[in-house]
Design a protein around this ligand. Sequence first.
Ligand SMILES: *Cc1c(COP(=O)(O)O)cnc(C)c1O
Length: 399
Amino acid sequence: MSEAVRTRPRGLPCRSWVEVDLSNLEFNLVSLRNFVGVPVMAVVKADAYGHGASRVGVAAAKAGCPMLAVVSMEEAVALQEALTDAGLDCQLLVLGTCDAYEYGLARELGIHVSVHGPESVESIAASAKRSRRDGVAGQPLMVHLKLDTGMHRLGAQVSQAESLVRSLLETESVELAGVWTHLAVADEPDDPFTLSQLACFEEAVSSLQTAAGGWPRQKRPLLHAANSAAAIAFPSARYDIVRAGIAIYGVKPSANFTLPSEIELRPVLSWKSRVVLTKPVEPGSRPSYGRTRAVESSQLAVVPVGYADGYLRSLSNVGEVLIRGRRCRIAGVVTMDHLIVECAPDVRPGDEVVLIGRQESEEITSEELACKAGTIAYEVLCRIGPRVARTYLPGSNRD
Ligand SMILES: *Cc1c(COP(=O)(O)O)cnc(C)c1O
């Protein structure tokens, strides 16, 4: 019995499950590390893009990632517990915003945090005051100043960088552990905007350095800017470490992004289920709500996966699944708990269904589904919901 089934109420089987191949995750981490020539910070936010942050985080730490990134303190605390349980001590960085309470907790737990503007600095000052008042002597809070060089989402304005660093360094027990930025169009390598963002970042970093009278020798802040796409396509964006998410899961950053031949990535996640019911139909029948399409086949199969499991409803009539090594097209709209597919007459209840992944010589990738659904592979992966059990194929580190 698989681990996922054992931990379910009364050992009940799951209607569908994800298989996360940790040896492919390791393979991608090593591939990327070798290709980029600097360490990889594994981005495991959003439950590791649906793969399960605890297991992926532990596997990435064992595979040598010096740092893992999440979006919130909530994710960081949960991940730190998983790492501690595994006997590991890996640096964590929170990419998103924090309030004063969260900054205080980060100091206590030794979690690196980001600073996104004067509000962050004020919250840090408030949390430092509180720790002093409560007599919690602490380790310094490790902060990474995030600069907005053109993404216009999070990050401080470049014009404020110097004054922010000055205030940070005046705050007791704060250390500038990093300076970073985020790129808006790195997955479109021909767009010159990436190089202009990088130029802006470099100018800001060098003026910070000048203003600080040079970085303290042992404590030079870590510079980072690259997501997966930039890590692969822009050598000048690699700096001290790259923040890679999608690539470590074996998926290309966008449909028209070309991977260089020197780097291979292997998909980590498969999503599987089983046929629960088959039935003969007259060709021309119109299954599911709304009777949106007439089928050509004379047999239908019902798969216990729906949009409540995170299977995108926009795949209605266009998505395909694999059964007996063959592609079967979705018949009608995807419903909350089930989808219906057209299939050959030999398909039987109990047959394995692959929604994402390989079966015999066929493969359905998250990129293919994303393209058919008019979205990106990131969303296809992140949407896979909590009702879907995660199971793990171990990597070489027995994780
Ligand atoms: C999600 C995220 C990443 C990782 O992006 P990928 O395209 O998945 O590699 C890197 N940096 C930041 C700030 C992010 O939010």
